[in-house]
Design a protein around this ligand. Sequence first.
Ligand SMILES: O=P(O)(O)OC[C@H]1O[C@H](O[C@H]2O[C@H](CO)[C@@H](O)[C@H](O)[C@H]2O)[C@H](O)[C@@H](O)[C@@H]1O
Length: 275
Amino acid sequence: MPLPKPGSEAGAAALDRIVRRPADAVLSFDFDGTLAAIVPDPSDARSYPGVTAELSRLAPLVGRLVVITGRPAAVAVEYGGFADIANILVLGHYGLERWEDGHVTAPDPPAGVGLVREELPELLRRSGAHDGTRIEDKGRSLAVHTRNAADPDAALEALRIPLAALAQRAGLTVEPGRRVIELRPAGMDKGSALAGVVADAGADPAVLYTGDDLGDIAAFETVERLRGRGVPGVTVCSGSDEVEGLSDRADLVVDGPQGVAELLAALRAAIAGRD
Ligand SMILES: O=P(O)(O)OC[C@H]1O[C@H](O[C@H]2O[C@H](CO)[C@@H](O)[C@H](O)[C@H]2O)[C@H](O)[C@@H](O)[C@@H]1O
């Protein structure tokens, strides 16, 4: 498959620059919905077929591979099969956790996470949570999933206000996503996480960021800001019919995780054939 052409001039120039000078490139990706297909049970998510192998092949060719996810970093490493990929950095909890060379570093979770853990089951009962609503306890944050309810969107809508009130009382931030609302520590997002990686990447970096969900908008904004400072950048949306407002602002839209796998393969082939 040939390398797809981004719709914007800035995106096309950045992709071209990544192919010509891969050693200066930061290639960054969200996990769920981007490197992994969406599945009903979060613990069943795994890298889409071919993705981990393509990342392994790209790793020695590029400056840095980065995964930035709402998952705990170690969980993304396990589900993604990333542990043996050289040169990969996995930032978990929207950038609060850093997994590198087998080690995770992170600040202690704020006390509010304990309060949410204690009160969330009763709050769901009192708020009339629809059947199929589930809590995912991620240690440093908690997520409420409604994908398995008969009407996932209505089930999520019914919980928006009570979850926002609980988050406020606990001093946490609300992170909406694909049939999920997370209550998580404030002060970090995927945009700040990506900005930090690019700042560490050397003198003349170029950046690609690929995501599928609302939490990825902050990273898109970072790419747009970096472009304003002369850093070549390209944003890629892993498209789905569940999320509005992301594909419109991406330089390139691909067909979900399968499209991402194809993009990785095409990028590697273009880099290998550049001379
Ligand atoms: O930042 P990400 O890597 O995209 O993680 C965001 C959240 O993804 C997971 O939930 C989503 O994927 C599940 C598995 O496919 C799906 O069942 C759920 O409906 C999606 O919202 C994960 O469970 C969350 O903890 C992540 O924060």
